[in-house]
Design a protein around this ligand. Structure first.
Ligand code: UGA
Length: 441
């Protein structure tokens, strides 16, 4: 099939490469000429394990090309995937103006009847708005082609995006006719034949809602275990063992029950807010989601309280913050709990020194006010306390002796529960985890 992918960010680029791998002819379009130039040179513009190899394979086979010209992107397209950003607006809802722009662009350049598929995460009923835009633009431009709208949400995680896309747990698409359903069946035919995963075929609003409900549910799990960690702190229980004990129940499962500094990234914070916003718009107060968000923010406050418990005032104290990325395996700082924490410490008058194995360049660009440390030791040397803010494996390898030798005061706040509390306490550190036995109980 001839497929156009509009927007070559994490979702768009990985999906485009995967469609090409499944045998389709794919063109990736973006309105950012620098991204397109880089991709035309054979290089992804962000880091994602396995992506360069996959791109090399499908571009060598001549099945994936890139263009900055919308007319060229639409020339042969039978199916167009919308993968543009839907960033949050101040009121909690997502900014869907880029999605609207794509709708107009597709009407202006369509060469045949085609299917426009939302892959960007959008609230339920965005498909209806998009159909309205298409109808109006088609009338205005006197275009006779039929353009149908479908929803095909993506469930990839940054850092595991290639594997998640090539071997998803499920494929979900929502369509409004047999014609569009059959087109999407053809898009995924190779994948479904090879991997035999469940396929959910439904209508457009239901598919849109599956995505928001999935992300909101995962965020709820994280906030739930974080709330449990607060109780553990107060009664002297170990949240890691609580999560393990809960996870053995097949109805609960063990994944996404890691307590810590909370969730971040470009998806969970935005999608929890957007889902709550949509609920309110349609007359339902989904207050649970407000609490999910509040618990997430509260995890940072509890780290600050632990620091104040040890250091009294933070003003004038030097704090080593280990980690800036919103999770390990990425240099993405969007809504990173580590960066939020560093900013809050900085605002409280502390001198922060942030280390991250890969995200310092982005930190310098996006948060130039935050001082950076090129190495872990540069962050730790002479600091009054260290906070482990991102669960990078290299921080897990730091020994209690190392912390003792480097820090001015032997205080470690392990906000990602990376270390073994017993050995940290035995080595004489003032060690605080999140909901695990620690000093000061
Ligand atoms: C998330 C979802 O996991 C994907 O299924 C979805 O497709 C994607 O959003 C999206 O909507 O595009 P992602 O944001 O890449 O993927 O990252 P996750 O691995 O889900 O982690 C999100 C945050 O939750 C991170 O800050 C991580 O540290 C935190 N987390 C995760 C926890 O604090 N505890 C956990 O147990 C798991």
């Amino acid at each position: 099939m001839n497929i156009a992918v509009v927007g070559v960010g994490h979702v768009g680029l990985v999906s485009a490469a995967a469609f090409a791998r499944w045998g389709h002819q794919v063109v990736g379009y973006d309105d950012d000429p620098t991204k397109i130039a880089k991709l035309q040179g054979g290089e992804a513009w962000f880091y994602e394990p396995g992506l360069d190899d996959l791109m090399a394979e499908v571009t060598a086979a001549g099945r994936l090309t890139f263009t900055h010209d919308p007319a060229e992107a639409m020339r042969d397209a039978e199916v167009v995937f919308v993968c543009v950003g839907t960033p949050p607006l101040p009121g909690g809802g997502p900014n869907l103006s880029y999605v609207e722009v794509v709708g107009c662009m597709v009407v202006a350049h369509a060469q045949r009847d085609l299917l426009l598929v939302e892959k960007s995460t959008v609230p339920a009923n965005t498909g209806r708005r998009l159909e309205q835009v298409i109808r109006r633009e088609s009338d205005r431009l006197r275009m006779a082609h039929t353009i149908e709208v479908a929803s095909n949400p993506e469930f990839l995680k940054e850092g595991a995006a290639v594997d998640d896309t090539l071997h998803p747990d499920r494929v979900v698409y929502g369509t409004s006719s047999a014609w569009s359903r059959d087109l999407l069946r053809r898009v995924y035919a190779t994948l479904v034949r090879e991997d035999q995963m469940p396929v959910v075929e439904t209508d457009v609003p239901t598919a849109e809602l599956i995505k928001h409900a999935s992300n909101a549910f995962l965020a709820t799990r994280i906030s739930f275990i974080n709330a449990v960690s607060q109780i553990c702190d107060r009664v002297g229980a170990d949240v890691e063992v609580v999560a393990q004990g809960m996870g053995h129940d097949a109805r609960i499962g063990s994944r996404f029950l890691q307590a810590g500094l909370g969730y971040g990234g470009s998806c969970f914070p935005k999608d929890v807010d957007a889902f709550a916003h949509l609920a309110r718009q349609v007359g339902y107060d989904f207050a649970l989601l407000d609490e999910v968000r509040a618990i997430n923010v509260g995890q940072r406050s509890s780290v600050i309280a632990k620091l104040e418990g040890e250091l009294w005032h933070l003003s004038g104290k030097t704090i080593a913050v280990l980690g800036a990325a919103f999770k390990p395996g990425t240099d993405d700082l969007r809504e990173s709990p580590a960066v939020h924490l560093a900013n809050e410490l900085w605002a409280a008058g502390a001198e922060v020194r942030i280390h991250d194995p890969v995200a310092l360049e982005n930190l310098a660009r996006e948060h130039p006010q935050l001082p950076r440390a090129a190495t872990v030791d540069e962050a730790l040397d002479g600091a009054h306390a260290a906070v482990v803010a991102t669960d990078w494996p290299e921080y897990a390898a730091l020994t209690p002796e190392h912390y003792r030798a480097r820090l001015a005061y032997p205080i470690v706040i392990d906000a990602r529960n990376l270390h073994d509390p017993r050995s940290m306490l035995d080595a004489g550190l003032l060690y605080h985890a999140m909901g695990r036995p620690s000093v000061g109980r």
